[in-house]
Design a protein around this ligand. Sequence first.
Ligand code: NAD
Length: 419
Amino acid sequence: MDSQNFFLDSQKQLKEIANILKIKPEILRELEEPHRLIKFQIPVQMDNGKVKIFFGFRSQHNNTLGPYKGGIRFHPEVSEDEIKALSMLMTWKCALVDLPFGGGKGGVIVDPRKLSKGELERLSRGYVKGIFPYIGPDIDVPAPDVNTNAQIMAWMVNEYSKLKGKDTPAAFTGKPPELWGLKGREEATGYGGVVILKKLQKVFGFKPRETTLAVQGFGNVGYNFANFAFREGYKIIATSECEGGIYVKKGLNPEETLRCREEKGKIAECYCVGSVCDLNYGKQITNDELLEMEVDILVPAAVENVITKENASKIRAKYIIEMANGPVTPEAEIILEEKCVVSIPDILANSGGVTASYFEWLQSKEKKKWEREKSLHELSVVLEKAFEEVWNLAKKEKVNLKKAAYLLAVDRVAKAMKK
Ligand code: NAD
């Protein structure tokens, strides 16, 4: 991951859009950098009794449309520039789906797999102590992201409430349903991606059973996307995680693959899913092989910058649904466009997560519980509308879907700032 370029690319992209929209220089200047970047140390008592210092970040990009909103990731490659870029992306995403939120993002440089449960809890609580003065239900509302989950949000919201001196469930989203979490939040990002897939199905006439998908990443987003797509009848022929993945010509069942992964510890060991277990049924592949395989729809759902100028010309998929944030670099985008690949931008494809977070924030504030069916139904209404707006603008302006999405989002933020 080249995070410095990720941020510079985000700024470059903003400038191009601002140029088309004729945004005033003072507004552009404000949007080019986050309003505030918090960098802090998190001392954590480790199980061996020693104190280890971790480094945390929170970037608050823009709050014109509402409180800063965005996830917290725990990853060894987290950096200041990565968090800044991702917080800017959140501003555009919330504006695109018309939520009353701005953009923020947080992270800690850590490999959580190397921590015990107790150490992970102390790190999560330490993160909240570090940013407590800067967050809150109407200021900045964090959520899960890579390697963080509902349990971590439960520790975090508990720590926030303790420091605040009162129960404050609306300070975080992505909490467990027992603690004012939204039923359906866990699977919302993947579900939202499949709402978009079904809109594409209508406009391009996909026949699910004849349409193959390769999904990179088998975490919250990748698994749920694969599972909902599978239930719609799509053929998932490959999936992967950090250590590699599997190719299954006949198509794999995501639920069985998840069970197998839990049992064997690695997806790559799961080419003998169920009772069938021979090499003709499935084979191990690398992440590069997954990205470059012959497939109809490629779904990067792991991390940023995986499709670059080095591998873009080798991509054989006709469609890309960007479920991860920033999976395609700008140089790669140009190459893909020349190859007539249709890409659904991240700020549209994965906006189901923040939309569900908005519902959770509302239910936490109003102390009214939503049923899962209601959450997923309302989510599809929001995403279908956003897709149609992007699609219609792309047709009208004769631009690709990414440009159309950015034109809509940046225009909404800039107009609000001007007012
Ligand atoms: P996760 O931690 O649950 O899963 C990440 C998956 O990606 C894992 O399977 C991991 O093994 C794999 N992975 C990590 N690094 C990789 C690499 N270098 N190559 C290949 N695979 C790799 O995270 P998630 O919540 O599923 O998030 C995935 C992406 O979706 C991220 O870009 C995140 O910002 C974005 N996203 C997440 C949500 C959400 O609600 N969780 C919402 C919007 C966007």
